[in-house]
Design a protein around this ligand. Structure first.
Ligand code: FE2
Length: 236
């Protein structure tokens, strides 16, 4: 049976200081590596909203969508889903003195992002979980055992990222995987792509969701395999 190779965590250039790779180069790279789909999970927090983007509220939110739209319009047959990596107010303003957390939200659409993004970054974790439940989104803690990272109460999460491939951090993925199993949470894996050498994981879906809402159904079912690390990718 065909399986569809999917990147779960990716940051193109143009949405944050850390994204280093042009959308067109991302498409070429993932096509070459045999991926069928990518989930774009750009950072959104008060710092990025205030200091990275410019202009009116609409200007800033439109600018946030630009790289996603460019990726989505690719002619290489790579399916592109929208997602977001949020940092909430309670953590963000204290960095780097306190431990922080980031949330991957899947299932949210571009229109829903524009409506809710600014209020989400002012909320606490419990309220974000409640909003996700109301809207049918899923919230995962990204890289929960990375350095300087605190663990969110599992009751405020649907899942955790059990493998994060970012080579510029210590992610302690084995602990993240054990933590997910212990708390009976959903899992996702992702390369946390920022640069071409970062591609290091995949989810192998048994079917390819048509949109973000179907993506939620698939993630809820956990009906996929995972490739965790570059050697696993090579073997596949
Ligand atoms: Fe990330």
């Amino acid at each position: 049976m065909k399986q569809y190779k999917v990147e779960g965590h990716l940051h193109p250039k143009g949405n944050s200081w850390c994204g280093k790779t042009e959308p067109s180069d991302i498409i070429k790279l993932y096509k070459k590596l045999g991926y069928d789909a990518i989930i774009v999970t750009n950072h959104f927090n008060r710092h990025i909203y205030n200091d990275y983007f410019e202009g009116s509220k609409d200007d800033r939110l439109d600018a946030f969508m630009r790289s996603y739209n460019e990726l989505k319009a690719n002619d290489q047959g790579i399916k592109v889903y929208f997602g977001v990596e949020f940092a909430l107010k309670e953590d963000y303003y204290h960095f780097p003195l306190n431990k922080c957390a980031e949330l991957l939200v899947y299932g949210i659409t571009p229109d829903e992002f524009k409506e809710y993004a600014l209020s989400i970054i002012e909320m606490g974790y419990e309220d974000v979980k409640q909003l996700c439940d109301e809207k049918g989104w899923l919230v995962f803690q990204a890289h929960p055992f990375r350095e300087h990272t605190k663990r969110i109460n599992p009751n405020y999460l649907h899942g955790v990222e059990t493998f994060n491939g970012n080579p510029r951090h210590i992610n302690r993925n084995v602990r993240a995987h054990a933590y997910q199993k212990l708390h009976k949470l959903l899992e996702v894996v992702g390369s946390d792509f920022h640069q071409p050498q970062d591609v290091s994981s995949a989810m192998l879906f048994n079917w390819l969701p048509s949109d973000e809402k179907e993506l939620v159904e698939l993630l809820k079912s956990q009906d996929f395999d995972t490739l965790r690390g570059k050697s696993a990718l090579k073997r596949y």
